[in-house]
Ligand binder design. Structure first.
Ligand SMILES: *Cc1c(COP(=O)(O)O)cnc(C)c1O
Length: 408
């Protein structure tokens, strides 16, 4: 048995793989961007469409419990991130949820006018900050500092610190509890973007005394393309926020149809419009499977997959000029591993053409997502073997691999 085969034979999570509909001949290293399709989602979506929608029509809002889905799924996601029941709700996109939480945090910290984040944070996070600066005609300022200067920048004008725990390009992981404590000591609230954390690394929001968090449904939670996102608001803050996106689904009594906005009690006030039922249905299937998995086993496998990948890549770094773009210390790395290369784009396109799907992140990063529920050690081993063969033959160096598509 090879090392990889031995690791697969001893893998306590191996049984999850057959519950995904994975195409033959593909090694999928992009589950951090779009998770794979759970087989359960296929049947469940068909049932929701033909029975609940087709036959039940509008009665399904009550009879099929469509109306409870955002809270119900939120409570399940809460278990993955150390939050309590009634602190998480599945809704909208991560971008929209960032707007809701940024405006909520600002309203809870009056007298302060800065939103602080780090340079190189995921673009939408920064763009939403800048949008609020425009909306408030500069009364609120969006400020970016280098990651090593975050602490020093926590002055008495910072109302809210917005950070992503696991960096989307490098996988570098922040210490949620330590940074939250420092921000609180300086009087700032914190919003954690957990898009690359939920279902990927252990998170304990309660222990960290976190204020707010957001995350995607379509990455490690396997909720499907464009799946609804989620947001977390600590219980102690919920009823003090008057939501800026004060839509009717967040009203105390939406079906009273009154002229006056009155926010619902608790997390429900962070809903805005009618929930996207089909998207929520697929998301719930992904989340249901994720909560079956033991998080400690998930992290252990993720680390072992990363170690195998890095070990196999080391000779290629020497020979072909790849350089590790992720932290060398696995303890501060999320569930992905990245390398830089001058020809990263063409190399990734060539890899994809050979059935090894990772992704390219500008300007020069090859990014590989490690999803312990459906990735085998043998897959990682084979992926690096294919890359090594391709580098040796220079098979990647063709004009068709240099054509840029809209989505990389
Ligand atoms: C993927 C990702 C997003 C995506 O936001 P959408 O609104 O779903 O497009 C936001 N933030 C981070 C950190 C991400 O990794």
């Amino acid at each position: 048995m090879s090392d990889a085969e031995a690791l697969d034979a001893a893998d306590p999570l191996a049984h999850f793989r057959e519950r995904f509909a994975l195409p033959e001949g593909v090694i999928y290293l992009d589950g951090n961007s779009l998770g794979a399709l759970p087989k359960a989602s296929v049947a469940r979506l068909a049932e929701t469409v033909s029975d609940e929608w087709g036959r039940g029509l509008i009665t399904s809002w009550n009879a099929a419990r469509w109306v409870e889905a955002p809270q119900r799924i939120g409570d399940k996601i809460a278990r993955l991130i150390g939050a309590g029941a009634g602190e998480v709700i599945a809704c909208d996109s991560t971008s929209v949820n960032l707007f809701k939480l940024l405006t909520a945090a600002l309203s809870l910290n009056p007298g302060r006018g800065t939103i602080l984040s780090e340079r190189g944070n995921f673009p939408t996070d920064v763009y939403m900050m800048q949008g609020i600066e425009t909306l408030t005609r500069g009364a609120v300022r969006a400020k970016l500092v280098e990651p090593e200067n975050i602490e020093a920048a926590l002055d008495d004008d910072v109302a809210v610190l917005l950070l992503t725990q696991v960096h989307y390009k490098t996988g570098r992981m922040h210490d949620v509890a330590a940074i939250t404590a420092r921000a609180h000591a300086g009087g700032a609230l914190v919003i954690w973007d957990l898009s690359h954390s939920a279902g990927a690394v252990p998170v304990d929001l309660a222990a960290a005394k976190a204020d707010f968090a957001v995350g995607c449904g379509y990455k490690y939670l396997n909720g499907g393309p464009g799946a609804p996102a989620w947001l977390y608001v600590a219980k102690r803050h919920q009823d003090r926020v008057r939501p800026a996106l004060s839509g009717w689904f967040g009203h105390a009594r939406p079906f009273d149809f009154t002229d006056e906005y009155e926010p619902a009690a608790g997390i429900a006030r962070f809903l805005c419009g009618t929930p996207p039922v089909l998207g929520l249905t697929a998301l719930e299937c992904g989340v249901d499977m994720m909560i079956e998995a033991d998080m400690a086993a998930l992290r252990a496998k993720s680390l072992a997959l990363g170690e195998l990948f890095a070990t196999r890549m080391a000779p290629l770094c020497e020979q072909y000029g790849f350089a590790l773009a992720s932290p060398a210390d696995p303890a501060v790395r999320g569930s992905q591993i990245s390398y830089t290369h001058r020809d990263a784009y063409a190399i990734m396109q060539a890899l994809i053409a050979r059935g090894v799907i990772g992704d390219f992140r500008a300007p020069d990063i090859l990014r590989f997502g490690l999803t312990p529920l459906y990735l085998r050690f043998a897959d990682v081993d084979r992926a690096v073997t294919i890359l090594a063969e391709m580098m040796a033959s220079r098979d990647w160096d063709r004009p068709e691999h240099r054509i840029r598509a809209a989505v990389t």
